[in-house]
Design a protein around this ligand. Structure first.
Ligand SMILES: C[S@@+](CC[C@H](N)C(=O)[O-])C[C@H]1O[C@@H](n2cnc3c(N)ncnc32)[C@H](O)[C@@H]1O
Length: 228
């Protein structure tokens, strides 16, 4: 199993993206133990870094990945050029046979979704409303299924969605995190699970402060170099 993961990571690490080695391992561990024939939904695929990890784990488990990304154009994520890179990276990793791309917004697909899922990985649009909607995909997994959320306690929108939807809710139990990759399972949380979420808030505040300082630095840097 370790060799399988190392091979998968060696390929995934060549794909540009934000997923770290430890986070890839968390995705792998969750996906690799899924039942034969089961389906994983990945929301937000970009160039396929996490898709390659999930695809390799799914192939080994006899499962499949449904990768959801609208590939909307823009400076940050790059539109159809990114889609082409995604398709090439998935094919080069040898997982195109287990990865199905759905080019649509997760929020458009979710209300009419009827395919049962065994795992959900959320790494799509990070605004509050989208992140909150993406957490609702838990309705499609069985009790105990893994639900992993990237940029938790790091992005303001994702964290606000967790605080508004998971903290008072009865659907997701917080297990812990690898960096900003939060691991949940589909289960009713107890008091300790909710307390573990609240205990992440100092780390969240630290992350926001770092972003504010970095942004302020960029603004100051821009003014210094502004020829006018
Ligand atoms: C942070 S990137 C995903 C990174 C990817 N998981 C990886 O490992 O490299 C976020 C992605 O979400 C996609 N996205 C934006 N809005 C979306 C939506 N409503 N539904 C699904 N994906 C969305 C963007 O196109 C972008 O590719």
């Amino acid at each position: 199993m370790d060799d399988e993961f190392d091979d998968a990571w060696a390929v995934a690490a060549t794909v540009p993206g934000w997923l770290t080695h430890g986070q890839a391992r968390a995705l792998w561990d969750a996906a690799r133990q899924l039942p034969v024939g089961s389906a994983i939904v990945e929301i937000g695929s970009h160039q396929g870094r996490s898709t390659v990890v999930l695809g390799r784990a799914a192939a080994a488990a006899g499962a499949r990945v449904i990768a959801i990304d609208p590939f909307i154009g823009g400076a940050m994520f790059g539109g159809s050029a990114t889609r082409a890179k995604f398709e090439r990276n998935v094919a080069d990793a040898g997982v195109d046979g287990v990865v199905q791309l759905v080019t649509q917004r997760s929020t458009v697909l979710r209300p009419a979704w009827d395919t049962p899922l065994a795992m959900v990985y959320v790494d799509g649009k990070h605004d509050y409303w989208t992140a909150r909607d993406d957490l609702r995909w838990v309705a499609h997994v069985p009790p105990g299924a893994p639900v992993l959320v990237h940029d938790s306690f790091s992005s303001i929108g994702v964290t606000a969605a967790i605080l508004a939807h998971v903290l008072p809710g009865r659907e997701l139990r917080y297990l812990g995190r690898v960096g900003s990759l939060a691991r949940f399972e589909a289960a009713a949380p107890g008091r300790r699970d909710r307390a573990r979420i609240l205990a992440e808030l100092p780390w969240f505040v630290r992350n926001v402060l770092i972003k504010v300082v970095l942004r302020a630095g960029r603004v100051v840097g821009y003014r210094r170099s502004d020829p006018y």
